[in-house]
Design a protein around this ligand. Structure first.
Ligand code: MLT
Length: 259
């Protein structure tokens, strides 16, 4: 298994395709997606275009649905929710289809949506992602950071490093066997430097500071937690993510299922 990390969707190679791709947007889209599914949302459908989102949501009625819209860290006017994971309570979202668009995270998911298997990762569900990788042994994995409008982000990079760090321990493999590019090695080094104080890194990050200016300190605290949700968002069909339960797998498959 080789893991490649790309800082932004724009950095992903234009040709070639992995067996499995992972979208990462710690602040806050993939943290929010994992939280939505943990709270019982039926599925999360992602869009880059707000009009297409609204049209699809209207067609979904009368089945229960909610619109989540964020631009620049703030809620889109007229939408039900912004992109704060703290708003994603079971009372609000259980059994609803979530129609979601954010500045960067939903773009990362769209960039990789044609990959055979697509997952969404954040710090809060890192272990669920790593257990899936260990169990299914995909030969090539692309981890794709969302960044901010095409630029590098500390928070997505440290999450890629957290995934690699945990996988190294689980696979009992040397780094050269698992890291596919220099960006993956650098991400691991960043995680190993900050693993005991991830909140300080998120507060240092440019988007973390943007959120702090919006008084969203509690969002950063929530997003900085590791392995608190046993939830694995997996793409069921293009742009639609559901929860894949680790408990439904056959533990005997660990390490045997090539992808
Ligand atoms: C993004 O998509 O860039 C983020 O999720 C923005 C945010 O909600 O903070």
């Amino acid at each position: 298994m080789k893991l490649f990390f790309y800082h932004t969707p724009e950095a992903v190679p234009p040709d070639g395709s992995p067996n499995l791709a992972i979208a990462i947007d710690v602040l806050r889209a993939t943290t929010t997606i994992a939280t939505l599914l943990a709270a019982g949302a039926e599925a999360v459908q992602v869009f880059s275009d707000l009009e297409a989102l609204t049209h699809t949501r209207e067609s979904w009625a009368p089945k229960p649905g909610l619109r989540i819209g964020e631009r620049g860290g703030q809620k889109v006017a007229g939408f039900d929710l912004g992109n704060s994971p703290l708003d994603c309570t079971a009372e609000r979202v259980a059994n609803c289809r979530i129609f979601m668009s954010t500045t960067n995270g939903t773009r990362a998911l769209q960039r990789i949506q044609d990959t055979p298997i697509v997952l969404a990762a954040a710090l809060i569900n890192r272990l669920a992602v790593v257990q899936y990788l260990h169990q299914h042994q995909p030969e090539t994995v692309w981890m794709v950071g969302s960044g901010w409008e095409g630029s590098f982000s500390l928070e997505d990079t440290v999450c890629a490093g957290a995934i690699l760090d945990s996988l190294l321990a689980m696979e009992q493999q040397p780094l050269k066997n698992l890291a596919g590019n220099d960006e993956a090695v650098a991400a691991l080094a960043l995680f190993q430097s900050y693993q005991h104080n991830l909140l300080s890194l998120l507060e240092q990050a440019s988007h973390g500071q943007r959120l702090l200016h919006l008084q969203l300190d509690n969002d950063l605290k929530y997003c900085a937690q590791t392995d608190v949700l046993d939830i694995l968002p997996i793409q069921r069909e293009a742009g639609i993510l559901v929860s894949w339960s680790l408990r439904s797998s056959n533990p005997k498959q660990t390490g045997s299922g090539q992808i």
